[in-house]
Design a protein around this ligand. Structure first.
Ligand SMILES: [Zn+2]
Length: 266
């Protein structure tokens, strides 16, 4: 389990804005990195109420619900803005992509380092931040689901999600939306016999009834229950073939079919 403290601010209907805190001593813990601030107002309120010192902004992709608060925060706190090299976001001061040397980002006073993954599909330049067993994945992977494919192709999204299968099970996945209940309803259509999924649906209901976030989740739980990471499983392949009405020959085709299947329901 990661030692890094991460807190959150709810924004809009179902967004999460994440604060990554510095390691160990109290001074560093009040230093924060702000992830995907779609709205500056609750961010500034929290910073002032809790006496935090913002150090930087991380952006995963260009959508307004992840970036609309950036300009106001930069103006107020003079922060560096890290973000995807392959998207047109004018506020970015540090452009990042996976090709860069590791670690890509280093905050010595906070004791934090992060690497970058290119995860196109939802948008064409979407990146994720990975360090200290934490994964800030934006709208690429959701708890129990994955982002819609707006700019990229299903093949790109499949390739992006395949990268996550290589990562350690203990990785904590911080996505940007509370979509979990809806996602798990779809997952159950795909894999009605999945016992991990049944348990997760129960656990999720309890969390939401108590107004608790279902994020972060472990990558292990996602590998066990998220159909968009389970395109190599026979159960998911069979369900996708039943939906498509014909055989599917590759895991990428299985992924593409279940993404399309969910799109038809949303
Ligand atoms: Zn988005």
């Amino acid at each position: 389990m990661s030692k890094v403290k991460v807190t959150y601010i709810p924004a809009f209907d179902d967004n999460y804005i994440w604060f990554i805190h510095g390691l160990s001593e109290k001074h560093a813990q009040n230093q924060i990195i702000i992830v995907d601030p779609g709205d500056e107002i609750p961010v500034i309120e929290t910073i002032e109420a809790l006496n935090y010192t913002p150090q930087a902004i991380f952006i995963t992709h260009h959508h307004g619900d992840h970036t609309a608060g950036v300009s106001a925060l930069v103006k107020k706190y003079q922060l560096p803005v890290y973000g995807p090299a392959n998207e047109n976001i004018p506020q970015i001061s540090n452009k990042l992509s996976q090709q860069q040397e590791t670690p890509a980002i280093y905050f010595p006073l906070m004791g934090l380092t992060f690497n970058i993954l290119d995860v196109p599909g939802h948008t064409k330049g979407h990146i994720a931040y990975f360090g200290h067993q934490l994964l800030f994945i934006g709208d690429t992977l959701f708890a129990g689901g994955c982002g819609r494919i707006f700019e990229g192709t299903a093949e790109q999204m499949h390739h992006s999600l395949s990268k996550l299968l290589q990562m350690d099970d203990s990785t904590l996945v911080y996505c940007a939306h509370e979509y979990t209940r809806d996602n798990l309803n779809f997952a159950q259509r795909v894999e009605p016999e999945n016992l991990y999924l049944k348990q997760r649906i129960e656990d999720t209901q309890i969390l939401r009834q108590n107004n608790q976030p279902t994020v972060p989740s472990s990558l292990q739980l996602e590998k066990q229950t998220n159909p968009f990471l389970r395109f190599e499983m026979d159960s998911v392949k069979l369900a996708a073939e039943a939906f498509a009405g014909h055989p599917l020959n590759t895991p990428a085709e299985v992924f593409k079919t279940i993404r399309y299947w969910k799109d038809t329901l949303d």
